[in-house]
Design a protein around this ligand. Structure first.
Ligand code: 13P
Length: 252
C-alpha cells in the first residue's frame, strides 16, 4: 500500500501575523496546488486565524503547536481543542521534545491529548524521539516503545492510522546533525512495528515523519526511505523556497 507523503513545517516561536502572511504569499505559488504531497504549516496561536484565511482553497493545511486536553476550565494561559477547531485548524503538534523538555509535557498528558484530538476530528502530529544520552546508552528502542505505547494507549486500534507520528531524535533537532538514513529508517520501522503490535492494518497506513535538521539537500534521501512517509521540518521551513524544495523532494 502506498502512503501519501506528509511534509509539515513547524515554525516554533517564529513569525508575527505579518511575517506569517508574507510566508504564505511566498509559498502559495510554489506549493499551493500540489496534491500528491500533504503539506502542513504548524503556526503560533496568534497567527492561526490569518494563516487559515490566507491558505483557504489551497492544499496547505494549518496546525497548532500545542493544546490542552481538557474541554474547558481553570487553566490560565491554555488553549482548548474547541478553540482550535473553531479556527478550522487541521490538527495539532503534540509531544514535541521542546514541550516535553522545557514545558514538562508528559506521556500521561499525551495519552489524554491524542484521543481528545481524534474525537474532535483533528489530526495529531504526535512526536517521539530519544536524546543523545539515550541513544549513546542504547536506550533508543526502549524510549520509543514507552513514548508510543503510553501516548497512544487510549487511541482505539482502528483509529491509530489517523495519527501522524513524527520521529524526531532530540540530538538532531536544530543541530545540523541529521540522522543517517539507516538511523532514520531503523527508528521509523521500529515505530511502525509498535503500531503493528496493535493493528497490522494501522501499521500499513499510519504515516511516520522524520524530523531533525531536514534541509533541501538531505530531504530526498530521507524521504525515499521505505518507512519514512514525510518530514517535520523546523529551521528550513521558515523560508518558502526551502520549505517548497523539501515538499518537492517528497514527490514520487
Ligand atoms: P530542525 O529542522 O530545525 O532541526 O527542527 C526540527 C523540529 O523540531 C521540527 O519539529
Amino acid at each position: 500500500m502506498s502512503r501519501t507523503p506528509f511534509v509539515a513545517g513547524n515554525w516554533k516561536m517564529h513569525k508575527t501575523i505579518a511575517e506569517a502572511e508574507e510566508f504564505i504569499t511566498g509559498l502559495l505559488p510554489l506549493a499551493g496546488a500540489i496534491d500528491d504531497v500533504q503539506i502542513g504549516v504548524c503556526v503560533p496561536f496568534t497567527a492561526i486565524q490569518a494563516v487559515v484565511d490566507s491558505t483557504r482553497g489551497s492544499s496547505i493545511e494549518v496546525y497548532a503547536q500545542n493544546v490542552h486536553a481538557a474541554e474547558k476550565g481553570a487553566y490560565t494561559g491554555e488553549i482548548s481543542i474547541a478553540m482550535l477547531d473553531e479556527l478550522e485548524v487541521h490538527g495539532v503538534v503534540v509531544g514535541h521534545s521542546e514541550r516535553r523538555q522545557l514545558f514538562n509535557e508528559t506521556d500521561a498528558d499525551l495519552r489524554a491529548k491524542v484521543p481528545a484530538l481524534l474525537a474532535a476530528g483533528l489530526t495529531p502530529i504526535f512526536c517521539v524521539g530519544e536524546t543523545d544520552a539515550q541513544r549513546e546508552g542504547d536506550e533508543t528502542e526502549a524510549v520509543l516503545r514507552t513514548q508510543v505505547t503510553e501516548g497512544l494507549a487510549d487511541v482505539a486500534d482502528e483509529d491509530l492510522a489517523k495519527v501522524t507520528i513524527a520521529y524526531e531524535p532530540v540530538w538532531a533537532i536544530g543541530t545540523g546533525k541529521v540522522a543517517s538514513p539507516q538511523q532514520a529508517q531503523d527508528a521509523c520501522a521500529f515505530i511502525r512495528s509498535l503500531v503493528a503490535d496493535r493493528s497490522a492494518a494501522a501499521a500499513e497506513a499510519v504515516r511516520i515523519q522524520y524530523g531533525g535538521s531536514v534541509k533541501p539537500d538531505n530531504a530526498q534521501e530521507l524521504l525515499a526511505l521505505p518507512d519514512v512517509d514525510g518530514a517535520l521540518v523546523g529551521g528550513a521551513a521558515l523560508e518558502p523556497q526551502n520549505f517548497a524544495a523539501i515538499v518537492q523532494a517528497a514527490r514520487a
